[in-house]
Design a protein around this ligand. Structure first.
Ligand SMILES: [Zn+2]
Ligand SMILES: [Zn+2]
Length: 365
């Protein structure tokens, strides 16, 4: 009996080591696939044609303490004022990190789904310098605990006879050369259809003068009090219902295909267009990073699929498209986690079969 037991003991011990080693190896594999960040925000400071030196300059405020005095901090306050975090009464901004700035930082962190520290930590600075939409983040409704979408003041929406059709057109004078009109038209069609699939509204291209939504690419100051700023920085803006103005910064490296455009500052046209249509319909900015209505978008990043937050927000204004079901949306939101979940499931199955194998060896032994 003894030799048998001994041999069995040896076998299971070595198996256990083997198992442990393999388990650790696989665990490392699984873990390493899951810690890869979803996106890496590359803010290029070396681009000579980047006109947004001011925003990138904000990185010098990293870890600035409350009460400190840093030259140029008034510019950061102007940034917070522009996007709705510092009230208009505080017009004479100083370079001091005062309590108003702390409150602005906290509000900003809350609105952008960042840890609320009130400090200019690296997450916050990265978010501040990221390219973004020019529409202010201020919302009269404050933050909701479960819903993160927002509306403009007074919750305006388009009012038309049912079934609602909104028309759009491209400015005959304010377009760009880097993309063909066919490419631009295709992008807008796809983006409008995405919103139309969730609400009972259809979009149709028409003559510029009579169109509800007037689309154009503009440079610098273009007469609406919201000047564009060159490459990156502000990418575009659109006005609330029923204004219909839809403006994109002509200076961006607009792209419809990142394989074709190698530039580090290329911006996905369709992602920005999908976002701005949300504003045209009456949505404000969301604090959900994955939502189309989140205010910033990194260069070379594509984000075109409406998330539950976007859909709930727009449906609260227009109702649901009768053909729309949340089921399909839930499925697509879950599918983004499939890789991680898949490897985890495969790993659990492997562990289970190994355990069964060892049990069989134990019983047979
Ligand atoms: Zn926006
Ligand atoms: Zn404009």
């Amino acid at each position: 009996m003894f030799p048998l037991f001994f041999s069995y003991f040896n076998f299971t011990t070595s198996s256990s080591f083997c198992f442990l080693y393999l388990a650790l190896f696989l665990l490392r594999l699984c873990y390493s696939t899951r810690i890869v960040p979803e996106s890496v925000t590359v803010i290029t400071t070396t681009e000579t044609h980047n006109n947004n030196a001011t925003w990138h300059d904000f990185s010098k405020f990293l870890h600035a303490e409350q009460g400190s005095h840093v030259s140029g901090m008034s510019e950061l306050k102007k940034y917070f004022h522009r996007f709705g975090y510092l009230s208009e009464t505080t017009s004479n901004f100083t370079d001091t990190f005062d309590t108003e700035l702390v409150s602005a930082v906290k509000l900003y962190q809350k609105r952008l789904g960042l840890p609320v520290t009130g400090k200019l930590d690296s997450d916050t600075i990265s978010a501040i310098v990221a390219p973004r939409c020019g529409v202010s983040d201020s919302s009269p409704h404050g933050l909701h605990t479960t819903r993160h979408f927002a509306y403009f003041n007074g919750k305006p929406r388009w009012v038309r006879d049912s079934p609602m059709t909104l028309t759009y057109a491209f400015s005959p004078y304010n377009m760009i050369d880097r993309l063909s009109i066919t490419e631009i038209r295709t992008v807008f069609e796809r983006a409008f259809n995405r919103w139309a699939s969730v609400i009972p509204v259809t979009f149709r291209e028409t003559e510029y003068l009579t169109a509800d939504i007037k689309i154009g690419f503009y440079s610098g100051d273009h007469g609406d009090g919201e000047p564009f700023d060159g490459v990156l920085g502000v990418l575009g803006h659109a006005f609330s219902p029923e204004n219909g103005r839809f403006h994109l910064d002509a200076a961006e490296m607009w792209s419809v295909d990142f394989d074709r455009d190698g530039s580090k500052v290329a911006v996905d046209l369709e992602s920005v267009v999908t976002h701005e249509i949300g504003h045209v319909l009456g949505l404000g900015h969301s604090s959900i990073k994955e939502a189309v209505m989140y205010p910033s978008l990194s260069p070379r990043k594509k984000k075109v699929d409406l998330r539950i937050d976007d859909v709930e927000g727009v449906q609260a204004l227009y109702g649901s498209n009768p053909n729309f079901t949340f089921g399909s949306l839930l499925q697509s939101e879950n599918s983004s986690n499939d890789a991680a979940v898949g490897s985890e499931t495969a790993f659990s199955k492997w562990i289970l079969s190994l355990a069964i194998g060892l049990l069989i060896i134990f019983l047979c032994g």
